[in-house]
Design a protein around this ligand. Structure first.
Ligand code: ADP
Length: 409
């Protein structure tokens, strides 16, 4: 082989080698590219899954959750947030546009400005609730908790906001405060009277005068009795409200025998008022499943109210009970006395509420707690109570009980 041929062969060999190399590199590049595409796809799927998982978890929260960027634009909102804002558009909107009351966005804007976490408690009237027209609970209360997020993927400052509805806790707290305020007021009056008589007795040497001191002591005794009754009523209410209702001592008993017990206890008052009490029933042997102690309280308070609010002659009280078609029961206590003005009707089951316009409450004993005990005791038995009144004609309290409170014969 001459040298020229061997150069040609070497070049051909080199060309083949290079061609093979190019082909191989091309193939590897393709494989590499398709691998990258597969990775990208996998990453994309993982990212989507992670996002879906995040949304699923955040949607499972009862509290509204928002992510807000440094320009106060909402970037994310969970389902509870959409519910809270009554389905309005949230993502992409400025927080000041979204919150109806500026107090709701205060903590959040402070956090965006300063980077400090902040929590605020906001109590709003119905009109400015974030729930807008959907709000119907009157005053509503919220806890807004805003904190900066540290490691966001794009490095932009982001604030996370949690909004918790604490309206029911707020109402319970309000009721508790009112209860304490009312109870102290109700106790202070008889205590002040007792103290006044005591000071008079001791300071003015009236204690030597037996007749005067007896009179004073009798008055003091009456007011002490009132304090005792208020305290006892408050204890019954707090027992019923503390969830002890779940531990009612339930037993079957004849409603008729419970009514008889109550009428026996009130016999002297019935006699003194010349009142006529009739018992009406188409199922005289009806038996209830319930706590007899509370049922006695219920019937006692309702019948005693009818008696004590109506000191005039001609009072007729009907105590009735019957089985209903749905296997529940209905009880009623009706009287033909002075009645309850319609403006007072919605309030009479409230604690310490007393109708003052048409009768002199100074003369009629009562704590204003009787009907709230009645209502709570009936509700603890799964029932409901309602009242209608046409003053001077008929005042009727009606109790509806579910089948579970009635013993099947
Ligand atoms: P009280 O201890 O004052 O009786 P209640 O809660 O039992 O308190 O009753 C609240 C108010 O409802 C009473 O002060 C009374 O004015 C009114 N009321 C209740 N029952 C009757 C009735 N049968 N007739 C007229 N007024 C009634």
């Amino acid at each position: 082989m001459n040298p020229h041929d061997s150069v040609t062969a070497a070049l051909a060999f080199l060309a083949i080698g290079l061609g093979w190399l190019v082909l191989r590199l091309r193939r590897e590049k393709k494989e590499f590219e398709s691998e990258i595409r597969a990775w990208k796809l996998r990453l994309e799927i993982d990212f989507q899954q992670a996002r879906q998982e995040r949304d699923r978890l955040l949607d499972a929260l009862n509290d509204a959750f928002l992510l807000v960027d440094a320009r106060s634009i909402i970037r994310f909102a969970n389902r509870a947030a959409y519910d809270l804002f009554d389905g309005r558009e949230l993502v992409g909107r400025e927080v000041r546009e979204v919150f109806l009351d500026p107090r709701m966005s205060e903590a959040l804007l402070h956090c965006i400005d300063t980077g400090e976490a902040l929590q605020s408690r906001v109590v709003l009237p119905q009109q400015t609730s974030p729930r807008g027209d959907a709000e119907n609970r009157g005053t509503n209360a919220w806890i807004v908790n805003a904190a900066p997020l540290s490691d966001t993927p794009d490095g932009d400052p982001t604030v996370r906001v949690i909004i918790r509805d604490v309206t029911s806790e707020h109402h319970t707290e309000q009721i508790r405060k009112d209860f304490v305020a009312n109870a102290s007021h109700e106790l202070r009056t008889p205590l002040a009277i007792i103290q006044g008589y005591l000071e008079n007795l001791l300071d003015g040497d009236l204690i030597e005068d037996h007749e005067v001191s007896r009179r004073f002591l009798t008055i003091m005794g009456k007011h002490t009795e009132r304090i005792t009754r208020i305290v006892e009523d408050m204890l019954v209410i707090s027992r019923l409200e503390s969830g002890e209702a779940a531990a009612l001592k339930t037993e079957p008993f004849r409603i008729r025998s419970c009514i008889n017990d109550v009428l026996e206890r009130l016999e002297s008052v019935i006699h003194a008022r010349h009142a006529e009490v009739v018992i009406a029933s188409n199922t005289p042997d009806l038996r209830l499943h319930g706590d007899r102690f509370y049922w006695t309280q219920v019937l006692f308070n309702l019948i005693e109210n009818a008696l004590k609010q109506n000191p005039h002659r001609g009072l007729r009280i009907e105590v009735g009970y019957e089985r209903e078609d749905n296997d529940g029961a209905r009880l009623w206590i009706a009287d033909n006395g002075v009645g309850i003005p319609s403006a007072d009707l919605p309030h009479i089951f409230r604690r310490f509420y007393r109708v003052e316009k048409h009768h002199s409450q100074q003369e009629i004993k009562g704590t204003g707690l009787g009907l709230s005990i009645v209502k709570r005791a009936i509700e603890a038995h799964g029932g409901r109570i309602g009242v209608t009144s046409v003053p001077g004609q008929e005042t009727r309290f009606t109790i509806e009980l579910p089948a579970s409170s009635v013993v099947v014969n």
